[in-house]
Design a protein around this ligand. Structure first.
Ligand code: CA
Length: 222
């Protein structure tokens, strides 16, 4: 299991990294929220501090939850009830308040990953919409049984829209989800990927433009 530790405090990060590694798991530390958003895909569990230098941890959590079902544990000094409730409502699997005993932390990590495994993961590994079938684990999309030759970004874009079928996904949400930050990503490059995806799907009208807002795939396409 590979654990991503998002923690800006060097000594805290060193202690957490050592504790996780002592149990034979992999541990990688990043100090900024944007790095967590860019790198989260390579990890099985995310340990998230809330007080980060570049953005609030709760914001990181919300953005991660739009694109990831990996277990996320918040580890923070904020012990007020509002933060705890907000954290759990925003999709955290567990909430630990610093200082935390490392033994307890490791037990909670094990518990959260066990729960996720038992339930077979909370992500829906397969999405079917009309003729389109997406296998999220294998990252394969098919139309009527024929595999589409999608680039990784086109696949992510299609999965994001398909997971939210029936609802509009705004351009900003897409930029955030695919590039981690709407400000870093160029709106123009989204248009390029979208054009590529549409031509490969060759299902006219499958991805609906919602003018001035974003895009939508119908929940029950013809
Ligand atoms: Ca901090």
């Amino acid at each position: 299991m590979d654990v991503l530790i998002v923690e800006d405090d060097d000594s805290m990060a060193a202690a957490l990294t050592a504790a996780v590694k002592s149990t034979g798991h992999g541990a990688t530390r990043v100090a900024r929220g944007t790095d967590a958003l860019l790198r989260h895909r390579d990890f099985d569990v995310i340990l998230l501090d809330l007080g980060l230098p570049d953005m609030d941890g709760l914001e990181v959590l919300r953005k991660l939850r739009q694109v990831s079902d990996s277990p996320i544990l918040i580890l923070t000094a904020r012990d007020d009830e509002r933060s705890v409730v907000l954290g759990l409502r925003s999709g955290a699997d567990d909430y630990l308040i610093k200082p935390v005993k490392l033994v307890e932390l490791l037990a909670r990590i094990e518990a959260v990953t066990r729960r996720t495994k038992v339930s077979g993961g909370r992500r829906t590994p397969h999405i079917r919409l009309g003729e389109l079938a997406i296998d999220l684990d294998r990252r394969v999309a098919e139309i009527a049984g024929t595999e589409l030759a999608l680039t990784p970004t086109e696949f992510d874009l299609l999965s994001l829209l398909a997971r939210n079928a029936g609802s509009v996904v705004t351009r900003e949400q897409i930029l955030d989800a695919l590039w981690g930050d709407a400000f870093l990503a160029s709106s123009r490059s989204l248009d390029v990927h979208l054009t590529g995806l549409r031509s490969k799907l060759s299902l006219p009208g499958f991805i609906v433009n919602v003018r001035g807002v974003g895009y939508r795939i119908e929940a029950d396409p013809q």
